[in-house]
Design a protein around this ligand. Structure first.
Ligand code: GDP
Length: 449
């Protein structure tokens, strides 16, 4: 199926240089039609300075050409990369010349899809390519890079081997079961399956961290109108992102922004005042606040520390919030510390206006989130498709355990075992995959990758 030659711009926008990639059996031949240099005897991984001529044989640019022979490139196919100047005119002329020579414009992710199809990487590694490109913090980079280098695949391989061992023990029982010979000791089998289940569960648990690393830890900033939510958001961001006003209830909609603290990304959501109001737009904002709290991992409950009445009301409201959301990290903060009044019972006092206490808030955010997650775990699942596959695997393994405990016939247990191996294999794509699923995975890539 893969026998045509594809081309795409691999770099984004207009930098000083651009890279155009051509991959497929005719890559070199197609480029040859447009360059002055004779390419017939060039060796893999070599660079050549050459002139590129347009379809109309006009000189377009002088550029570096990199050549990778079949089997030695990213895609596994013959590949040529053209490093031209970053003009859109030059880019377009080259793409036009190469498509006229018979190359096809690549679909999003098609280079990586070919790398996968040619066995250059497994599916989870291919997905890590997209994650690595999208990574925007030390942590999300570390997760993607480990996955790209096969850390996750290696871990899964270990689990698969255990399941294969299990299957062979079960085979023994299947072959000799009728003769009533208990070849496979059930305790051994149970131990084996519980070991694998434990690892699968640990991987599943790492997902909330992995996902938070990729998308940012969602933080909701809530509080009464005029408590200083927008000011705090701006202070954390270090720029005037939200509109600050002295009229209560001016932050009508939810403002989202990300900040990086100690290598981790936090997604801050400034929400409208949390209390009841008759005004419709504001009420809409309140509904959104509730929703944001639901979706957040951490809640910054902000009070105006200079407003005694508000503090009293908020004390009740915060303890209510803690009761409803025991699983969330809720910090109660008294703002406007610059106005002097010390506040009892809050977690932190700060001033969004002067910046006093902001560092303490940032420190407690990163400390707490790191404590929440097992950040030292080597392999972290950050992809929802992987999580689903692990979830299905865990369910099948649960049935295997039940089957063993209830002394269900071995051939029935084998069915669940096979299902577990299949879903585990889905992650790395080592078993036959549905082309629709593959299409969906690679369509999320950018073009040229
Ligand atoms: P929001 O409605 O909760 O988003 O509150 P804003 O951020 O719009 O702030 C309301 C008012 O309080 C504005 O006039 C801010 O300048 C003021 N304000 C916010 N933080 C502080 C602070 O730490 N100290 C003082 N003195 N005023 C503040």
């Amino acid at each position: 199926m893969v026998n045509d030659t594809i081309v795409a711009l691999a770099t984004g926008g207009t930098g000083a240089l651009s890279v155009i990639r051509i991959s497929g059996p005719s890559a070199k031949a197609m480029v040859q039609k447009h360059v002055g240099k004779n390419l017939s005897h060039i060796t893999s991984h070599s660079l050549h300075l050459t002139l590129f001529k347009s379809q109309a044989s006009e000189p377009i640019d002088e550029m570096l050409l990199a050549y990778f022979e079949e089997g030695k490139s990213f895609t596994g196919e013959e590949t040529v990369e053209l490093h031209c100047h970053g003009s859109t005119y030059i880019q377009q002329s080259i793409l036009q010349a190469l498509t006229a020579a018979g190359a096809r414009m690549a679909e999003p992710g098609e280079f990586t899809q070919r790398a996968f199809a040619n066995g250059k990487m497994d599916l989870s590694q291919a997905e890590a390519v997209a994650d690595l490109i999208a990574s925007n913090s030390r942590q999300s980079h570390a997760v993607a890079f480990n996955q790209l280098r096969g850390g996750f695949s290696h871990e899964l391989q270990g689990l698969r081997e255990k399941l294969i061992e299990f299957a062979s023990l079960l085979e023994l029982e299947l072959d000799f079961g009728e003769e009533d010979v208990a070849f496979a000791d059930r305790t051994t089998l149970l131990n084996l399956v519980s070991e694998v289940s434990g690892k699968v569960t640990r991987l599943m648990d790492s997902f909330s961290f992995g996902n938070a690393m990729k998308e940012g830890v969602p933080v909701a900033i809530v509080g009464a109108p005029n408590a200083g939510k927008s000011s705090l958001l701006n202070r954390l961001l270090g720029e005037d992102r939200a509109i600050v006003s002295e009229i209560p209830g001016t932050t009508r909609d939810v403002i989202e922004a990300t900040i990086r603290i100690d290598g981790m990304v936090f997604r801050l959501m400034d929400t409208a005042g949390i209390r009841e109001t008759s005004e419709t737009i504001e009420s809409l904002g309140i509904a959104r606040s509730q929703e944001k709290i639901q979706r957040s991992r951490m809640v910054i409950a902000l009070s105006d520390g200079s407003n005694d009445q508000q503090l009293q009301e908020d004390r009740k409201w915060v303890s209510e919030l803690r009761r409803i959301h025991p699983d969330k990290f809720i910090v109660w903060i008294a703002n406007k510390a610059d106005l002097g009044s010390a506040v009892e019972g809050v977690d932190l006092s700060l001033s969004a206006l002067t910046g006093e206490g902001i560092d303490a808030l940032k420190e407690s955010m990163s400390k707490r989130i790191k404590k929440d997650f097992d950040v030292n775990q080597e392999t972290i699942v950050s992809n929802v498709r992987h999580w689903e596959a692990l979830y299905q695997t865990a369910n099948s393994l649960k049935r295997v355990t039940e089957g063993l405990e209830q002394r269900v016939p071995a051939d029935l247990v084998a069915l669940d075992l096979r299902a577990a191996m299949r879903t585990l294999g889905n992650i790395t794509g080592e078993i036959e995959m549905d082309t629709d699923i593959l299409g969906a995975i690679f369509s999320r890539f950018c073009i040229g990758k």
